[in-house]
Design a protein around this ligand. Sequence first.
Ligand SMILES: [Zn+2]
Length: 65
Amino acid sequence: MVIQVGDVVKMRKPHPCGSDTWTLTRVGADVKMVCSKCGHMVMLDRQVFEKRCKKVISHGETTDG
Ligand SMILES: [Zn+2]
């Protein structure tokens, strides 16, 4: 799976806040991501992340948003 910082991903299981999309803030051996809705931050093992991730919704390009 090709992922990079800034990508928005959809997880298999929604966050308790109701959102199932996350923005990646760090990609390496671990993946750090922030919930799109509530801003909750989690860090997962790359392997665990890839198991839980359903798909990449949008790739992080240089945006001013
Ligand atoms: Zn959330």
